[in-house]
Ligand binder design. Structure first.
Ligand code: HEC
Length: 142
């Protein structure tokens, strides 16, 4: 009797806690706020950016899942940097240290917003390293 009472209380508190946590991670459909922008891999802006990153082969230097190789992890960078700093870094690069400047690259210019959003979502966990947009990337590349 006492046991099931405790279990019932747990359930009462666990559900709102879970909702609050998933809302913080930007999961779509949080608490019924339909206006919140989707952050998942199938958001069209993010899916397009995902494809662009593959085509541009950022992985060559930044490693599988962009988590670091000869160049540092882009996911970690997104965890600590704001939007403006992130965008500036990708567009301006750092020639002397080996990061190309991507300003003027049509694929990057068209997708810079999605590229930032992709890495922000990777950094907060709403997109996992191996997530891929539905219907994309079914063939091996690079
Ligand atoms: C030719 C290798 C190379 C490629 C390709 C490359 N990068 Fe980099 N990138 C680097 C290096 C090296 C650095 C570190 C520069 C430094 O030390 O300041 C870097 C740094 C960065 C940083 C800052 C990370 C930090 O911790 O300072 C971001 C963000 C980034 N790259 C994004 C990208 C994106 C997005 C692409 C693909 C569009 C890309 N890079 C492609 C070599 C590369």
């Amino acid at each position: 009797m006492a046991k099931s009472l405790r279990a019932g209380q747990m359930a009462r508190y666990a559900a709102p806690l879970f909702l609050a946590l998933s809302g913080e991670l930007g999961t779509p459909d949080n608490l019924g706020h339909a206006a919140a922008p989707p952050t998942g891999i199938d958001d069209p802006v993010i899916a397009s950016a995902w494809q662009a990153l593959r085509t541009l082969q950022c992985e060559r230097c930044h490693g599988q899942g962009y988590e670091g190789l000869s160049a540092p992890s882009i996911v970690e960078f997104a965890r600590t940097q704001g939007h403006a700093s992130f965008v500036r870094t990708v567009l301006d690069g750092n020639g002397p240290r080996g990061m190309p400047a991507y300003r003027g690259n049509p694929l990057v210019d068209a997708n810079i917003e999605g590229i930032y959003r992709y890495f922000a979502a990777r950094a907060n966990g709403s997109i996992a390293p191996n997530d891929r947009p539905a219907g994309r990337g079914t063939q091996a590349q690079g």
